[in-house]
Structures are given as structure tokens and as C-alpha cells.
Write a protein of this length. Structure first.
Length: 536
């Protein structure tokens, strides 16, 4: 037990060091961790890891999906529901179909049912890999919204394809009519379970006397309960987690009313998701020796050949599908034509961001070793190896070249969206004006009699004037980007200087540590307004 615990802690420490190194050399950490895990696995004497797919599904998948749903904009998700649905359902089914027939023709002894099994495994792209690679790069908001929306539901559709194909291999029978009906039942009831469960947790957060720590702990428990509840009834756990996460995110302002609760939750979830993502990608690389040892009669060269061909197929199918998805609705619907055209650059980036990851590997590993007490599952080890090659090729090759494509295409914002700093100034002006109106309407006498309240009102008015001047200066500025960079640089330097001053105050012991921490938190929030979450 102690040795296993030491191995896990050592692996966590190595992962953190590797992530820091990836940031240093400016490579997206999922790519770097897969390569590093692959390199570490080749070192003689390194323990061979045998991943339990049930553990990967149960421990990693629910919180990763829940966090993605939580930070997905419902408005953006609904606005781009057409391309999201066509990618998450249409592309998954098309990819599964093409991979199934290709594998049947290409690989000796491969049946069509096994082909659909492989197609269901390799069809869903990994959201974490794509968003991590795109973080810090200048890509349109529409691109991010579509990729995030697709990632929420494509796992559910691919896992349902996998389930039906697995049943077809084991039983030897398959009915398209029955499978279609079961698909809608499994997905639809998964959503129902998610919504019901989310209402229960909503009531717990809102009506019971929770604390910030309890609220954060319950949000960690929520995705696991939603997932297990749906799976218990043989419905889609993925759809349950996604629908529950979207509901809780949409009602978050009603149940998490204090800043302490929200900041605490953000810290807990940022740390949890970062550690999980980092571990998953290094485990993919570490798993390779075990996968190769299981190839059996198939030679390593043949396995690599099959994997490369399937990788090429999934890349090409996605690129061919994405352009009709982007442009056909504009030809058929007047409503779709109201939005600016995506052109050819935006579909190219979305098409090239189809990197595979943890869900594909975990799904492949979940194939049973035996079909029954006497017969082994056919081609199991080969399917797992091909899956690893597809993950490796799409993650490393596409992941490393995606920033280059973005740079070469020089893509800009497609939709008419105000820059972040302008939106923040506008939002704060409305909030400050609301506060001033409240004071003038209900506390006019108190403002005059109470100097604290009066100073508070003066401060609000000064803030309103400051934001108005800020927006006016932006409109008058000819070189907005250059001036804004200088402005942000100066503000960040001042914040850094203020942090040093706070540290000096702490050593002087003139103020309490609690008050200094509060001041430091405010500086953190001020910095976050400029940097966003790119350093988290």
C-alpha cells in the first residue's frame, strides 16, 4: 500500500514538473505530457502501468465533463446549436460509419461490427486538448464556443455507438430500428436524470445552511452522483452530467451568493481539473508498453500501419464534413444568413482541432477480455493499439501544427463582439449607476447624514466617470491595441509593486494578516480583469 501511494505521489510530482517545463518551452501540456509519458515508459525498470478503464471513467470523466458544462456559455451553446449538433451527432455517426467500412476492408478478419466498435471509440475529439492548445491564441469566440459545445455531447453519442456495436459483436445480431430507438431513449433519459438530480442539488445549495467549504465539496460530489445514477438505470451518464452541469451553471447566481463561496469553488475546481487533466495525458503515454505487449499475432508494423490509415481517415472526414456544416445552413436558412459568414479559415481551424484523448483510450480499454466463459473478445488488443495511434497522431501532429495554421491564416474575430475591457467597463458602469440610483431613491437622507454612506456614493460616481472616460479614450484612440497594451503593462507593474508593499506591511506587523490577505485578494481580482484566466 505504501509503495503504491509513493508511486502515485511521485507521479504527481513528475507531472507537475513536466507541466512547468511545457510552459517554459511553450508547448501545450497535453501534447508534451503524452510525449513525456511515452519517453518515461521506455526507461528500463519503470513500473508498467495497467489502467483500469472503470477507474478512468468513474474518477476522471464526470468532473471533467461537469467543469466543461459549468463554464460553457448557455447563450453561445444555444446560438450555435446547429453546427454543434451536426458535429457532435452527425460527424460522430459519419466517422463511425467510414471507419467501420475502412477497417473491414483494410484489416484481415475484421467484421463490420468490430469496425463500428472502433469507429465509436475514435470518433469523439478531446475538448481539453483543443482548448489547451488554443489557450492564449487569437481565435474567434465563435470557434471556441462551437468546439466547447461539441465536446459536451460528442462523448455521449460516441459511447452510445460503442455500446450498440459491442452488443452486436457479443450477440451477433443488430437491428438499426431498435438501435435508433434505444439511442434516443438512452440519451433522452440521461438528460432527464441529470435535470432531476440538478434540481435536488440546487435545493441543497439554496435552502440548507451550507458554508463555502461545504458548497465546494458538494459541487465535487455532484457529477459523480449524476453519472452513477444515470448509469445505474443504463442511461447515458455523460448526458446526465452535461445537462446537470448546464442547469447548475445557469442558476449559479441564485445558489452561490457570496464572493467567498465563488472564489473558494474556483480555487478548488481549477486545482482539481488541472491535476486530473495532467495525470490523464501522461497516463496515456505510460500505457503504451502494456498496449504493445498485448498485440499478440498482429505485428507492430501492421498495427502502426492500420493506426496511421485510420488516423488519416478521421482527420479527412472531419475536414470534409466541417465545410458543409459551416456553409449549407446559410444557403438553406435566412436566419442563418444573419450571422457573418465563417469563411474558410474558421472551419479549417475547427476541423484541424479534432484531437482525440482520454475518452477514446478509456473506451477502448473497457472492451471486455472475454465475450463469455470460453471465447476471447476478437481483435481487442489491436483495437486498443489502433486507438493509441489515433490519439498520438491527432494529439501530437495536429496539436503542434494548429498554432502554426492559426498564425498563417491570420484569422480575426468573425462576429461583431466588443473587446473584453470595453464590456467590463460597460458592465461596471451599469452596476455602479444602479447603486447610485438605489442610494438616491431610498437612502437620500442617510447619504447626507452618514459620512460613510456619503463617501460611498461619491466613490461610485467617481468610478462611473472613470469608466466613461476610459470608454471615450478607447473610441478616440487611433491605435487602440498598442495603447491598450501599454495601459495593461503599466497597471500590471503597479499591481506587482503593490504586492511587494503588502509584503512589506506584513513584515512591519502594523496591520493584521487577515486585512492584508483581503487587500491581496482584491489585487488578484484587479489583475484577473486584465489577464483573464490564462495563468490559471
Amino acid at each position: 500500500m505504501h509503495e503504491k501511494l509513493l508511486l502515485i505521489l511521485g507521479l504527481l510530482l513528475i507531472v507537475m514538473m513536466l507541466v512547468m517545463l511545457a510552459q517554459r518551452i511553450r508547448i501545450a501540456y497535453p501534447i508534451f505530457l503524452v510525449l513525456a509519458g511515452l519517453g518515461i515508459s521506455m526507461i528500463p525498470g519503470v513500473p508498467v502501468l495497467k489502467l483500469d478503464p472503470e477507474i478512468i471513467f468513474l474518477i476522471f470523466l464526470p468532473p471533467l465533463l461537469y467543469e466543461a458544462a459549468w463554464y460553457t456559455s448557455w447563450n453561445d451553446f444555444w446560438k450555435w446549436k446547429r453546427p454543434v449538433s451536426l458535429l457532435a451527432f452527425g460527424l460522430v455517426f459519419l466517422t463511425s460509419l467510414v471507419v467501420a467500412y475502412t477497417a473491414q476492408i483494410l484489416i484481415p478478419g475484421f467484421t463490420l461490427a468490430l469496425g463500428f466498435l472502433l469507429g465509436g471509440i475514435v470518433s469523439p475529439p478531446d475538448a481539453v486538448a483543443a482548448t489547451t492548445v488554443l489557450k492564449g491564441l487569437k481565435v474567434p469566440k465563435r470557434t471556441i464556443a462551437i468546439l466547447e459545445g461539441e465536446s459536451l455531447i460528442n462523448d455521449a453519442s460516441s459511447l452510445i455507438v460503442f455500446r450498440f456495436a459491442l452488443a452486436a459483436v457479443i450477440t451477433g445480431t443488430f437491428s438499426m430500428q431498435e438501435a435508433t430507438g434505444q439511442f434516443f431513449l438512452v440519451a433522452g433519459m440521461g438528460i432527464v436524470v441529470g435535470i432531476i438530480g440538478a434540481h435536488i442539488f440546487y435545493a441543497i445549495h439554496r435552502f440548507l445552511p451550507t458554508t463555502p467549504a461545504i458548497d465546494a465539496a458538494i459541487t465535487v460530489i455532484t457529477p459523480y452522483i449524476l453519472f452513477l445514477s444515470a448509469e445505474h438505470f443504463h442511461f447515458s451518464g455523460v448526458m446526465a452530467v452535461v445537462s446537470g452541469g448546464l442547469f447548475m451553471s445557469f442558476r449559479a447566481h441564485e445558489i452561490f451568493k457570496t464572493g467567498t463561496t465563488r472564489i473558494n469553488m474556483t480555487g478548488v475546481w481549477n486545482t482539481l481539473i488541472f491535476v486530473m487533466n495532467a495525470l490523464v495525458f501522461v497516463l496515456i503515454g505510460l500505457e503504451l508498453p502494456e498496449i504493445i505487449n498485448g498485440l499478440g499475432e498482429t505485428s507492430l508494423a501492421d498495427g502502426i500501419k492500420y493506426g496511421l490509415i485510420i488516423s488519416l481517415i478521421v482527420i479527412i472526414v472531419r475536414l470534409l464534413w466541417i465545410y458543409p456544416v459551416a456553409h449549407l445552413p446559410r444557403w438553406l436558412s435566412e436566419k442563418a444568413r444573419r450571422d457573418p459568414s465563417p469563411g474558410w479559415k474558421n472551419p479549417l481551424i475547427i476541423g484541424w482541432a479534432g484531437m482525440r484523448g482520454v475518452v477514446s483510450l478509456a473506451t477502448a480499454l473497457s472492451i471486455p477480455v472475454m465475450m463469455n466463459d470460453q471465447a476471447q473478445f476478437p481483435m481487442r488488443n489491436l483495437i486498443i493499439f489502433i486507438t493509441f495511434i489515433v490519439i498520438f497522431v491527432t494529439l501530437v501532429f495536429q496539436g503542434l501544427t494548429l498554432p502554426l495554421i492559426i498564425k498563417l491564416t491570420k484569422i480575426g474575430e468573425i462576429d461583431d463582439i466588443l473587446p473584453s475591457h470595453e464590456q467590463q467597463a460597460g458592465i461596471q458602469m451599469r452596476l455602479d449607476q444602479l447603486a447610485v440610483n438605489k442610494l438616491d431613491k431610498e437612502y437620500k437622507k442617510t447619504v447626507n447624514d452618514n459620512s460613510l454612506v456619503g463617501n460611498f456614493r461619491k466613490g461610485l460616481q467617481q468610478d462611473i466617470q472613470l469608466h466613461q472616460n476610459h470608454l471615450s479614450s478607447i473610441e478616440m484612440c487611433n491605435d487602440r491595441q498598442h495603447d491598450m497594451k501599454i495601459f495593461h503593462k503599466i497597471v500590471l507593474e503597479i499591481i506587482a509593486l503593490q504586492r511587494k508593499e503588502l509584503f512589506k506591511m506584513k513584515r512591519e506587523k502594523q496591520f493584521s494578516d487577515d486585512e492584508i490577505r483581503k487587500a491581496e485578494s482584491q489585487l488578484d481580482l484587479n489583475e484577473l480583469k486584465i489577464t483573464g484566466n490564462k495563468h490559471l
